[in-house]
Ligand binder design. Structure first.
Ligand SMILES: [Fe+2]
Length: 268
């Protein structure tokens, strides 16, 4: 559960980093699972071995399922979303390898946009992303860059002109608004960043010597209609259905009701 101050930071900035009850064994086991799943010589979805490798909702390692179904994440998401109950939506894992000698740089985008009423509703009408860091995140280990409060500046623009709400967009295509300067999200292994990808954010270059590993776990208020394209929704539903078999019976309630899953509204 977020403290009142953490909730204010989440609401204002769009991201807050908090301590968790996960043990060092939980974190190390998950990091080892990611090492097995994200082999550099076998990149998923790309023609060349990359420096940042990612997979989404297609793995069932016990160490990762332990995190996904942990009650701490559910209670944190309920608090962040001001929701009586939440649904698990998706998970992703990412590993960023060092790029020795490459100058620090980053790219920026938003994955989604909201109106102010969505951000301030009860429940908050939005996706809550929980980023559990499995390695320390320092300025030289590919910190996620983000512009605090940019989701609210964009939401105010959406309130005036909702014509292009929802679509992912690179920073260059966003309206020119008085955004804060980008800031690195720094954390210790085992800490959790609770955030919205409606802020301007993006991956950066790992200029150091250590791999950076993270698992993303996303939640929505129970019954919230995710707007994503049909292929993504089909993949997520298949993953959720498999989790229905694999999660502990007392944790299955974090999965959306099959009958409550809405049809995809549009492609994005
Ligand atoms: Fe993103």
């Amino acid at each position: 559960m977020l403290t009142p101050e953490q909730d204010r930071t989440f609401a204002a900035d769009g991201a807050v980093t908090i301590d968790t009850p996960f043990t060092s064994n939980d974190i190390q086991s998950a990091a080892a699972a990611i090492d097995r799943l994200l082999l550099r010589e076998k990149p998923q979805g790309g023609p060349e071995p990359g420096h940042r490798i990612q997979r989404t909702s297609d793995y069932f390692e016990p160490a990762l399922l332990h995190l996904i179904q942990h009650s701490f994440l559910e209670s944190t998401a309920k608090s962040a979303l001001r929701a009586e109950a939440v649904d698990f939506f998706a998970t992703a894992i990412a590993k960023t390898y060092p790029e020795p000698g490459k100058p620090f740089s980053f790219w920026e985008h938003v994955d989604i946009k909201y109106r102010t009423a969505d951000l301030d509703g009860r429940p908050r009408n939005m996706i809550c992303s929980c980023l559990l860091w499995l390695t320390d995140v320092t300025p030289d280990s590919a910190p996620l860059m983000f512009r605090p409060g940019s989701h609210r500046i964009i939401a105010a623009e959406m309130d005036r002109n909702p014509a292009y709400i929802d679509n992912p967009e690179p920073f260059a295509k966003l309206p020119k608004l008085p955004y804060a300067e980008p800031r690195p999200l720094l954390a210790k292994a085992g800490q959790l960043t609770v955030c919205t990808t409606a802020t301007v954010h993006g991956a950066s270059v790992n200029t150091g010597t250590r791999d950076r590993k993270v698992i993303f776990i996303t939640f929505v208020p129970k019954g919230y209609a995710i707007r994503a394209n049909m292929a993504i929704m089909d993949k997520m539903r298949a993953y959720q259905n498999e989790l229905r078999r694999l999660l502990r019976p007392e944790r299955v309630h974090i999965l959306p009701e099959v009958s409550a899953q809405p049809a995809a509204a549009h492609a994005s």
